[in-house]
Structures are given as C-alpha cells and as structure tokens.
Design a binder for this molecule. Sequence first.
Ligand SMILES: [Zn+2]
Length: 129
Amino acid sequence: MVAPNEKYIHSKSRLHDQPHTIKNRFYANVLLPDERGCMIWSGYKNKQGYGHLRGFDEKMILAHRFSYALHFGPFDSSLCVLHHCDNPSCVSPEHLFLGTRKDNMQDCSRKGRIGGTAKINILRKNNDK
Ligand SMILES: [Zn+2]
C-alpha cells in the first residue's frame, strides 16, 4: 500500500530512490515510543542531537523533517519542523509542528537554546539552490 505522503516525498525529491527503501531505513532507526511518547532516533545524530537519515542520492536529511513529511505530507521547505517535546532526537509525528525560522529562534531562546539548527537549515536550503 502506498500512502499519498510517500508519493509526495518521492516526487518532491527529484531523485529516484525507492520510497519504500528510505521509509524502511527511517523506521529501522526509530525506537519505540518512551513514556513521554518520544520516538527517539537511534541512528546518526548531529551535535545538536538531531537525527540524520541518508536520503535520496546519498544526501543527508534531518530525520524529524522527514518524519513530518512522511506523516503530514507537503510543507514549505523554508519552514522549520519544531518539537513540542524539546527533544531534538525525537521523530514522533505527534511531537512535531511547523514554524517559521522566527518561531524556531523564539522557541529555542524560550527553551534556553541558541538557534544552531536553524542556521544549519538555512545553510542547507541555500546549498540546495
Ligand atoms: Zn518527543
């Protein structure tokens, strides 16, 4: 069975990896929900604790962004995927929400973090162009 979201991810990627392969790879690196409902990424994580997934064409993608797209479908790539649970390693769709970079900065500063990941996202986005 192919969910509409998978079709989106596939077409949006501009590349030709099998959607099932990347989806399987995603779930292979996700632990079962803990007591807070967080689904922790067990694969490679960056310094900020955000999960990385080897995506289409060997590109590294952020696991929580992939999770959001997988479960909720298309979103503007300029938007940030933020965590309700403030757990960067968490990829639970129930804990993710979309925000602007400004929201991300405010969210980070409210939670006592500097917006390091936001910077990474901005760099990555510019590199994509
Ligand atoms: Zn969580």
